[in-house]
Write a new protein. Structure first.
Length: 68
């Protein structure tokens, strides 16, 4: 029975901690723009593709100059 009270007290403390963390995050405006995160991931992928295509173009151009 004593263990039940300890478990209930621990779960209440964790719940209160999570609620306080959520309130803190809302007040600090951490949830201001949730949609922006997915676009940041998308644009970083696009930048990597563009950079890799530029490198492959440079390699192709460099190989043509040696063949002449």
């Amino acid at each position: 029975m004593e263990l039940t009270f300890v478990a209930m007290a621990a779960s209440l403390m964790m719940g209160l901690g999570a609620a306080c963390l959520f309130i803190f995050a809302v007040k600090r405006n951490w949830f201001h723009n949730l949609e922006d995160a997915k676009y940041q991931v998308f644009w970083s992928d696009v930048e990597q593709l563009v950079d890799s295509s530029k490198e492959s173009d440079k390699d192709d151009d460099h190989g043509d100059e040696e063949a002449k």
